[in-house]
Structures are given as structure tokens and as C-alpha cells.
Design a protein around this ligand. Structure first.
Ligand code: HEM
Length: 136
């Protein structure tokens, strides 16, 4: 889902540019820590289970593959069917924007290269927007 025409050092995948599994894991941990801590993300936090361990694992496994790294998620669960898996949760513009703001804050706090973080966020926005299942 990342633009394959984006310039990358010697054809490295976004997964490699980011720093491999340790970097993806750090991003996911910060993302869910912030969702737990920040009142601004209370709306989407409420959609999640009380314990976030399962959510952390799944997003980590998914993002590794989505970024061009190991397909941990697909190996465990098959095709992600992300939109279908989000249908039980009411997701509109507010939820999409909270998810993106939370992810961008995590990227900023981890000092991910600004230009790379912007490309990543643009790609994630497309996925987040596609997850909307109600207007507004
Ligand atoms: C648009 C706003 C979004 C909201 C409100 C949202 C919310 C949720 C919720 C409540 C769950 C269930 C958590 C659990 O079962 O532990 C979930 C699962 C998941 N989300 Fe999202 N999500 C959003 C966007 C995204 C995006 C953009 C991605 C990927 C880039 C993503 C990837 C996933 C994955 C991989 C799972 C696990 C699916 C499964 O195997 O059950 N989500 N999401």
C-alpha cells in the first residue's frame, strides 16, 4: 500500500527504512500507550478492549507485512480483510482523524524522519479513510 515509486535507498522496503521489527514494535507500543493516556483519543480507545495486548500484537504483525516486511499477520490469520474486521466498530470521520492523530503523534515522539513519516501517514490515511462505515 506504500507507493512503490517512492525513492528509497537502494530499493529498501519501508519496513527496512523504518528500522525493521524493533522500530515497528516501538511505533505500535507508543501508538497504543498514547491511545490509553491522551484524552483526545478517548473516542477510539473506547472502541477497543479494556486490555490492549491483543490489539498491540495484531497491529504489529499487520504493519510488518504492510510495510513490506515479514507477513506475520497473514501467516496467523490469512487475508487481513481489514474493512470487514472493522465493521463491528462505528468508524466515521472523527474516529478516522483520532486514529491518524494518535499515529502521527507516535511517529513524532519516536523522531521518525519527517519526510518518511509524512509519506507513511498519507498511505495510512487512505486505509483509515477506507475503514469508515458511517457518514460524518
Ligand atoms: C480509522 C480508524 C480506526 C479505528 C477506530 C480502529 C479501531 C480498531 C478496533 C476497535 C480494533 C479491534 C481491536 C481488538 O480486537 O483488539 C481494530 C483492529 C485492527 N485494526 Fe484498526 N482501527 C482504525 C484504523 C486502522 C488502520 C488505518 C489500520 C492499519 C493501517 C488498522 C489495523 C487494524 C488491525 C490489523 C486490527 C486487528 C484486526 C483483527 O485481526 O481482528 N486499523 N481496529
Amino acid at each position: 500500500m506504500i507507493d512503490p515509486d517512492d525513492p528509497r535507498p537502494e530499493g529498501a522496503t519501508p519496513f527496512e527504512v523504518l528500522g525493521g521489527e524493533p522500530a515497528v514494535l516501538a511505533l505500535v507500543q507508543r501508538f497504543y500507550d498514547l491511545m490509553d493516556l491522551e484524552p483526545a483519543y478517548r473516542g477510539i480507545r473506547a472502541l477497543h478492549p479494556s486490555h490492549l495486548e491483543g490489539s498491540r500484537d495484531k497491529l504489529f504483525w499487520f504493519l510488518c507485512g504492510w510495510l513490506g516486511g515479514p507477513q506475520h499477520y497473514v501467516e496467523r490469520f490469512g487475508h487481513p480483510r481489514l474493512r470487514a474486521r472493522h465493521l463491528p466498530f462505528t468508524i466515521g470521520i472523527a474516529e478516522r482523524d483520532q486514529w491518524m492523530a494518535c499515529m502521527k503523534q507516535a511517529m513524532t515522539e519516536l523522531h521518525i524522519d519527517t519526510a518518511f513519516a509524512e509519506r507513511l501517514a498519507a498511505s495510512m490515511f487512505n486505509t483509515a479513510d477506507w475503514m469508515r462505515n458511517r457518514g460524518g
